[in-house]
Design a protein around this ligand. Structure first.
Ligand SMILES: O=C(O)CCC(=O)C(=O)O
Ligand SMILES: [Fe+2]
Length: 244
């Protein structure tokens, strides 16, 4: 506990560091989880005081993981563009060279009342997309008013679309509402890496995806994750703020 405290976020509104998400509004439930959030890329946006010194290998392993995640974002962004018959670099260009990667380490302790307590409340991500590594099941996606459990596949990454990818694809790729349920017997750990367009960079529906059959659904937006965060704290979605 003493070790964890060293990396605690300061004020409630602060995102980075160790501690729970804020729950400032009345009627909002606390999530049954502990988390550490760190900006890992670009390097000049890192806040070293939040990086744990113990275990010693932590920084080196995270550095390695960051390099791998950068490779994954290049591959995934190009593959998505190709799947939509677009020029392969078009999404990478929208994200920008300085697109950020933030790693969120989620720890969900056992919970005696999984019937009434959630590990993470329903939300969509404000990212471009999120790359998730999970040890046991617990993550659920809402589809047609039903919660579907994301299966665990050993060593597999799960790519979850965020609101900004829904905007860039003009609504073709959906950013799903998801949540994490709790478990009586098993502790759960996940690492979610948030891939978000460069600060101050405008993004919007890709040219080739707006036409007569598919009218423009979204405006151009900048730093969308800020408005997303304000809504998230109140248990609300922010995507409507980007609609035309
Ligand atoms: O723990 C998970 O699998 C998902 C975490 C998540 O949705 C998030 O950190 O935004
Ligand atoms: Fe999420």
């Amino acid at each position: 506990m003493e070790e964890k405290k060293k990396y605690s976020k300061g004020v409630v509104e602060e995102m980075e560091g160790y501690g729970g998400d804020p729950s400032p509004e009345q009627g909002q439930f606390l999530d049954w989880q502990d988390r550490l959030l760190l900006t890992v890329y670009p390097h000049d946006l890192r806040v070293p005081k939040f990086w744990p010194q113990n275990p010693q290998s932590f920084s080196e392993i995270l550095e390695n993981y960051t390099c791998k995640m950068r490779m994954v974002t290049k591959l995934v962004s190009k593959s998505m563009a190709k799947s939509l018959h677009l020029e392969e670099n078009c999404f990478l260009e929208q994200f920008g060279e300085g697109a950020t990667l933030q790693a969120r380490f989620n720890h969900y302790p056992c919970c005696q009342r999984p019937d009434i307590v959630l590990g993470l409340k329903p939300h969509s991500d404000g990212t471009g997309y999120t790359i998730i590594l999970q040890d046991i099941e617990g993550l659920q996606i809402l589809q047609n008013q039903q919660w579907l459990t994301v299966p665990t596949v050993p060593n597999a990454l799960f790519i979850l679309m965020g609101d900004q990818m829904e905007i860039m694809t003009n609504g073709i790729f959906k950013s799903p509402v998801h949540r994490v349920i709790t478990n009586k017997e098993k502790v759960r750990t996940s690492i979610a890496v948030f891939y978000t367009p460069e600060k101050n960079k405008e993004i919007g529906p890709q040219d080739g995806l707006v036409n007569e059959e598919r009218p423009r659904l979204f405006k151009h937006v900048k730093d969308y994750e800020i408005i997303h965060w304000e809504h998230y704290q109140r248990g609300m979605r922010a995507l409507h703020t980007a609609q035309v």
